[in-house]
Design a protein around this ligand. Structure first.
Ligand code: C2E
Ligand code: CA
Ligand code: CA
Length: 651
């Protein structure tokens, strides 16, 4: 549709202009320089006839004339052959003048030469030869130079006028009759030249029009309609061209930009506003990109800038400017919008040797920028490729592992620090890989989260753990870790409740451990999820407290029953007076709000004593037990219940 409109507009524009377009003018002129061989033969013919005439007549004047004609002819041959090779690079004016001077000189020379055979009253054979030569030349150049009609008509005139005058001068009625018949040939030649010119002109013009249209179509096909930037096809073209023309020793940077919350803009404010945001981003990028850069919309809310850079420092500065400019708040009508963006950067040849690998590296860097908290830029480094390989491997294997039952759940007791009794078990997933051995959850849970496998995996864990937990005494709870993505999946709350129902576990015995990262994404969905399950009796614990924002706001707003103080406060390298004070503060808060405080990572009796003194009510860690298979968990419970003294709350 767009193409048809452009085509019509293009045709209209063509029709109104009566003047020759520069391209058609040039092409017509180039026909004069095409086939220099035909010109060489014509000049040879004139030279041969004039030499023959001079010899036959024995006239020294003719001899002189034929030398002049020969020299003019030679100069023309040399000039035309040389010019035809460089015609593309010369201006239209130069080509025109150059050809005209030679042609006029030659034609006039020939006309005068032929006329002089009559003035000198030479032999009729000589006159006949030169008359034939002159007229033959006039007809031939008329046809040959039809591309420039004025030139094609002037040359026969320049040959004909001196001959015409000489014929009249003879006073012979035969010659006068012949001279008059020469005038009649004028209109005939004019008509032939005109017809030749028209068909030459029309075919050149239509070829030119199709070439221009094809060019315009190509431009349209490579342009993004919304932003006017290059689209994906345009980018590919520009990238391969830039890469092939890149001077040795120059680096090429590729900045891959992705708007972080563009979907929200589209969903909430509509696509029209979305399009205007994209157009504004495009404008800002183009304004900031240095000249010689290509700015493209790669699709959706992704943009790419490519440009040669002098150094990595310069590249960093440019990345900063591009990102700052794009993420500046923008105003659309009355709406003030903030659209954060992430950026991945790769440099050629350091990161990738060709266009494809450069794109791959920037894409990976962008991925890391997004995973690493969004709204910032990341440069590619080689570890990203290695991680990608491992992640891909893990993703594929994880799906298979779920089916092959290579995964199992271990249970780690959470112990009452006062009585030493087991109050709950935390379910921790384990993967026993047939070749790689035991894989840590830290290695595969993030992959499961990124790839979405976590939804299936998480449901499986909850169902499986609940089936084990029904066999424990009623006062022993089950704690299960929950990833943010699981909450977002449709019907997440319902899935958990039905897993509990199937296993026959009372919802009040389940504790879901969530981290603060959950609230960063989408507080509304999270809030609904927590409230829905809380209403059914499920408990919530805030996991890894102290590692994130540690905002007390969440504790106030959501019904958490427990706070789990991260193990870095208990057994990490930075444990000391400060961490002790933090634990105390959190424990005090817990006591006030009637929440339990769990100290994680207790490995030694001293640590147990310290967190107990600080006010923590529950503890978890290797000091009590590692995470163990279900039958060992059952044994721990049995021993405890039958007076065994396996777990000790105090040193
Ligand atoms: P987390 O929820 O903080 O789990 C506690 C981690 O600390 C477990 O590591 C546990 O084995 C370890 N741990 C317990 N006591 C000690 C101790 O005394 N010293 C030390 N150094 N470590 C101790 P694990 O099993 O490797 O799990 C790591 C993380 O993986 C978990 O941290 C949790 O975030 C995630 N994860 C584990 N299982 C699941 C699961 O089933 N679902 C989800 N979504 N995440 C899970
Ligand atoms: Ca946990
Ligand atoms: Ca934890």
């Amino acid at each position: 549709m767009f193409g048809v409109v452009a085509l019509n507009r293009f045709n209209r524009r063509k029709k109104v202009s009566g003047k020759l377009s520069p391209e058609v003018h040039r092409k017509l002129l180039q026909t004069l320089y095409a086939q220099p061989v035909s010109l060489v033969f014509a000049i040879l013919m004139i030279t041969v006839t004039s030499v023959a005439a001079a010899i036959a007549s024995g006239s020294s004047a003719l001899m002189g004339g034929c030398i002049v004609l020969g020299l003019i002819g030679l100069a023309r041959i040399v000039a035309i052959v040389t010019m035809s090779r460089v015609a593309e690079t010369k201006s239209v004016r130069t080509l025109e003048i150059f050809y005209t001077v030679g042609a006029f000189g030659h034609s006039a020379g020939l006309g005068i030469f032929a006329a002089s055979t009559f003035y000198l009253d030479l032999d009729t054979t000589v006159q006949g030869i030169m008359l034939a030569s002159g007229i033959g030349h006039a007809i031939a150049v008329g046809a040959r130079d039809a591309g420039r009609p004025a030139l094609a008509l002037s040359q026969p005139a320049l040959v004909g006028i001196p001959i015409f005058a000489a014929l009249l001068e003879t006073g012979s009625p035969t010659y006068i009759a012949f001279a008059i018949s020469m005038i009649l040939a004028g209109p005939a030649m004019g008509a032939i030249i005109h017809t030749l010119y028209r068909s030459l002109h029309d075919s050149i013009e239509s070829a030119e029009t199709s070439a221009q249209l094809a060019g315009r179509m190509q431009v349209l096909a490579r342009t993004d309609v919304v932003t006017g930037l290059a689209n994906r096809a345009g980018l590919n073209h520009a990238l391969s061209q830039t890469v092939s023309e890149l001077p040795d020793g120059t680096s090429l940077a590729l900045f891959w930009l992705d708007l972080d919350r563009f979907k929200e803009v589209n969903d909430v404010l509509g696509h029209t506003v979305g399009d205007r945001v994209l157009a504004e981003v495009a404008k800002r990028l183009s304004a900031e990109a240095p000249c010689g850069a290509t700015v493209a919309r790669f699709g959706g809310d992704e943009f790419i800038v490519i440009c040669p850079v002098e150094s990595r420092r310069a590249c960093e500065r440019l990345a900063g400017r591009l990102l700052d400019n794009v993420t500046r708040p923008l105003r659309i009508d009355a709406e003030r919008l903030e659209v954060p963006a992430s950026m991945g950067i790769a440099i050629m040849p350091e990161d990738g040797q060709d266009a494809d690998s450069l794109m791959q590296c920037a894409d990976l860097a962008l991925y890391h920028a997004k995973v690493g908290g969004k709204n910032h830029s990341r440069f590619y480094d080689h570890s990203m490729s290695r991680n990608l390989l491992r992640r891909k491997e893990i993703e594929a294997e994880l799906r298979a592992a779920l089916q092959r039952e290579e995964l199992s759940i271990f249970f780690q007791p959470i112990v009452d620090l006062e009585s030493g009794r087991i109050r709950a078990f935390e379910a921790l997933v384990r993967w026993f890989h047939p070749e790689k051995g035991e894989l840590k959850p830290d290695e595969f849970i993030p992959v499961a989260e990124e790839t979405g496998v976590i939804v299936t995996l998480g449901n499986w864990i909850t169902a499986q753990a609940a089936r084990t937990a029904v066999h424990w005494p009623d006062d022993v709870n089950l704690a299960v870790n929950l990833s943010p993505l699981q909450i977002k999946a449709p019907g997440a709350a319902l899935g958990i409740l039905s897993a509990l129902r199937e296993a026959g576990l009372d919802p009040s015995r389940l504790e879901l451990e969530v981290t603060e990262s959950l609230f960063l994404e989408d507080e509304a969905t999270t809030g609904n999820f927590i409230r829905e399950l809380s209403a059914a009796g499920v408990n919530f614990a805030l996991d890894d407290f102290g590692t994130g924002y540690s905002s007390l706001g969440y504790i106030d707003r959501f019904p958490f029953r427990k706070i789990k103080v991260d193990r870095s406060f208990v057994s990490g390298p930075s444990v000391g007076r400060k961490s002790d004070a933090i634990i105390r503060a959190v424990a005090e808060l817990g006591a006030q709000l009637d929440m339990e405080i769990v100290a994680e990572g207790l490995e030694t009796p001293e640590q147990v004593a310290a967190v107990r003194a600080a006010g923590c009510t529950l503890g978890q860690g290797y000091h009590f037990s590692r995470a163990v298979p279900d039958y060992l968990a059952a044994m721990l419970l049995a021993q405890e219940r039958h007076g065994g003294e396996l777990l000790r709350a105090t040193g």
